[in-house]
Design a protein around this ligand. Sequence first.
Ligand code: GLU
Length: 595
Amino acid sequence: MCGIFGYIGPKNAPEVVLEGLKRLEYRGYDSWGIAVVADQIKLNKKVGAIGDLSRTTLPGSTIGIGHTRWATHGGITETNAHPHLSSDKSFALAQNGIVENYAQLKGDLIKKGYKFQTETDTEVIVRLIEEKLSLQPRRLHRNLVKAARAAFLDLLGRNTVIILTRDNQLLAARNGSPLVVGVNRDEVFFSSDTLSFAPFVDKALVVDNGQMVATENGKISLLDIKSGRELVPRLENIDFESSKVDKEGYEHFMLKEIHESPYALNQVINQVDENANTYKKFIKNIKVAKNVYTIGSGTTGIAAAQIAFYLRTFGGIRAVGLTGAEAREYFDLFSKDDLVIAPSQSGETADVLEVLEVLKEKKVKIASYVNMPGSTMTRLSDYKFLIQAGPEICVMATKVFTSKLAWGYLLSKMVTDKKKEGQENLKNLTEEIDKYLNKSNNHKSIKALAKKLAKKQHIFLLGKYQNFNIMREGMVKIIEGSYIHAHAMPAGDLKHYAITLMEKGVPVIVAVSEDVAKDDVLNAVNQVKVRGAEVIGISSKPYEKFDYHIQVPDTGETTAIMNIIPLQLLAYYMAVELGHNVDKPRNIAKSVTVK
Ligand code: GLU
């Protein structure tokens, strides 16, 4: 969600920053802006997407910052877009996050005579820095770093800010959204992720919460914000193998990424061998933990629930899945003998991080499984695992969701000393998914179904046992991509309420797998069918009650993971059919770094 970018170097800064912002686009935004220094600070701000733009209206420069805004305070307007200029035009500032005490701070500043031009919480930071500067004794040698540090300490909430000064300095402070700095011989990049500058540098500094980076004559220094103490910047090798952000011939990133599921699954199978020792310790910890929780938000909340399902079902572990924003009632219950497992694409999800910070204080063991290297979640974790699925650009998660499920399944097998069996089952699943995705008939028939469903107003999804969470994820994908109301529910709950909605022509998608839940699910199929619903069945066998059959192979214990693939494709083709922005659905962002 939202992004910041900064550049110093011999290339033309407005273009480099624009290019950087484009690479951050996947995070979601509604407006953007760039500031560069050309004698004075010059701004270019716009509402909407960057699109195909390859140049800005800005003059040539060797230093600049940029921002993609996902508005939280103040409407989506050019004025509210970042960066924001200081009154004397000596610096420009952009922010990711929310200043939670902005109303209080703004009120105080207004009383002191400060004037505001925007509705943003961001402008409060600008004015606050101006105030801190004005309090410094000597007029001529005012120290911006010091003022910015002091201002930053007054802010509540999760905030990351970047500042460009008229005298060619870059400054950034982090206490929330990610901040990484990439360096090579003559260039410095600041950004929200390593992906955006990966092609140009091979070393990066991951800035931690509570730290500030400043540049002076191209050299970077790292500071602890509270104490002002200088820290030694530790540059790490960027190991993000496919830093390429390219559709590779596919029409959308979503379709490309669904097709990368077999690759992502292979990574899961191999990494438990590559990191055998860490996994050994981790599995032991799962076994001895008093309580095991899994946690995530949105699609990842669903993945977390399914990982817990696998740990219970195949591992015999009493695991509970939590939703990030709904974990508060557990705060007092967490103890140091518990283990919390946090899968995440970005590793920066604000409402999960909030929980992990509580856990950290209570000395609860944390394991994370994250796709973005250098994330906050990884840093907070006792067991750090990387998903290694390669960049996922489409806002709608697909391959990374599948990876998380496969990983959870494999953990459950490792808990019962059946790692080999788990790996073999996943290998078989990988092959079946690959075959499924490469059969053009599968695409053709799902496309035809998507065309029909795209005209509906409501879509129901039923699942039980291994398929319940899968249907929930199918619901999420349909809602995200097509903006059509979808409703997933346990098949068994149907007769308790939603049966009132079953009438002629209502589409009901249902997964019927060859498992203990099969008869119950078929029972639910009968109940909707007699009321006129159109049944779309996902199963290995055809059933006569189905109006439409999506045939998938039965892959045994991993069948639920197989079943998500046609649902992802269905959501994809529905979004395409409706002419929506598939890779960037309206109003949602890839990594939700604000609450
Ligand atoms: N809260 C700020 C605003 O609404 C920043 C939002 C963002 O992170 O993009 O302008």
